[in-house]
Unconditional design. Sequence first.
Length: 265
Amino acid sequence: MIAPGEVWLVGAGPGDPDLLTRKAERLIRAASVVFYDALVGPDVLALARAETRLVSVGKRVGRHSKDQRTICALIIEAALAGERVVRLKGGDPSVFGRSMEELDACRAAGIPVRICPGITAAIAAAASLGTSLTLRGTARQVTFVTAHVRKGEKLDLDWASLAAAQTTLAVYMGKGAAPEVATQLLAHGLPGDTPVACIESASLPEERQFCTRLDLLPMAARLAMGDGPVILLIGAVAAGPARRGSVFSQPAPRLRPASQRSSPA
Ligand code: SAH
């Protein structure tokens, strides 16, 4: 399924191997070499054949083991040597995954490159929390945003649009920046009691989650998070089950006959 000299960028999902696509699993089994990120779960890597070369090109905040240019060069070198190359990325390759650099580099070198999507962290986190990223009439849009900044730089985001009403914000790489995210969103008008859920290592056995509110996030973030990757979900959908339950414990609306109902948005 991978021709020699071909490259696949493959989404490894949030960590639980059962959340891989069947195609991703087949590609991992077919690869002769797998270049993988730090966030790819060990049980996902365990699916590779014994003879497959596994190469860590992991990047974690503050611990860049290989820079992006080196990673591109390694992938191209392997493809030109006739290997069946899988580039395995946590979550989905197209979400904060630097996949464009790798796609461009392969294309510039004349190497066929394709993408297999994966479940991104925001989706996995919502599933773990038992919530929905959208809520009819309450959360009409979902924004994926990264709060990662290079050392010494300021977090330069369009806070006014991020603080829009009726939005679910999924903040990637936001662990260190959680206090500033909270301060800025409050300053731009989000209420202090806006629900926030912090989900660490979603889908993995060591998963942890806690629900708080925006004005308490700075303190909660310092106290409650460990070493794993963390995603923040901010907005009505992030309320803990008790509070969320109250939304639905209101008297059920009387249903109109189907012929008079408008179709759901
Ligand atoms: N391409 C990945 C995101 C890479 S950026 C995806 O689609 O999910 C890395 C960030 O993703 C982490 O800092 C964290 O915010 C988030 N993340 C990745 N895996 C996660 C997991 N299992 N649980 C919680 N957050 C996760």
